[in-house]
Design a protein around this ligand. Sequence first.
Ligand code: NAP
Length: 248
Amino acid sequence: MNPEGRVALVTGAGRGIGKAIAFELSARGYIVAVNFRASSKAAEGLVGEIASSGGRAMAFQADVSSPEDVAGLFPQIEERLGQVQILVNNAGITRDGLLMRMKDHDWDDVITTNLKSVFLTTRQAARNMAKSRWGRIVNISSVIGIVGNAGQANYAAAKAGVIGLTKSTAREFGSRGITANAVAPGFIETDMTSILDEKLKEQMLLQIPSGRVGTPEDVAGLVGFLVSEKASYINGQVIAVDGGMTMA
Ligand SMILES: NC(=O)c1ccc[n+]([C@@H]2O[C@H](COP(=O)([O-])OP(=O)(O)OC[C@H]3O[C@@H](n4cnc5c(N)ncnc54)[C@H](OP(=O)(O)O)[C@@H]3O)[C@@H](O)[C@H]2O)c1
């Protein structure tokens, strides 16, 4: 089926991996709802870039950790672009710290932004997807959700939670033409990883068989495939994009 006309919502799409995903989906012919929380200039810039390359996109402000914002976001997209048939949950934050010293609000912020948001958007999107008997949900988890990491207990718990949520979504909605999969990026060069110290980056690089850090486009390519017609029998999977860093 020609993807033209299908509407894809990408959360946290103003920059980083979300931006590359929005661009990839637009290049594949989807109409893209570019969600941002604070980066309005970046989101509008992306919408402009997509338009000048012949695609169609629109920016929508919403904090996806807020039930009120998510409830308001979907009717806005529906009114201006159409029903969301593809949902990519990409928005995420880190608030790193050793467990013994971790503040309650750093735990709560990471769980709410990285995990509860995925529940909120999925609950909202799945209703219409189920009615039309077609839908694609891709949740951006992390290899940290699979292997854990000292100093990232909150982030690892949230990203592991995303995997459980993805598998439950796949089981609940699989018979209605909806697939739900998780993508687990490894070390990808974005604002999120630019704050890491150089020594740590060098150590991480040594653990990557492909011998380089990943790019947002490395992740976006897989997401583009997972939302396509050709991926209709891939459901409930967790696929790492990590240059071989965490292979079993
Ligand atoms: N970079 C990596 O190595 C790596 C590895 C594994 C997994 N990941 C995951 O990949 C995803 C994207 O990460 P990234 O590296 O691209 O990070 P990034 O460059 O820091 O970008 C994060 C994005 O999330 C958005 N966001 C944060 N909180 C939000 C909220 N409450 N509502 C809406 N949007 C929100 C930000 O929007 P605003 O700027 O508008 O706030 C921004 O667009 C995250 O889920 C991250 O955990 C990244």
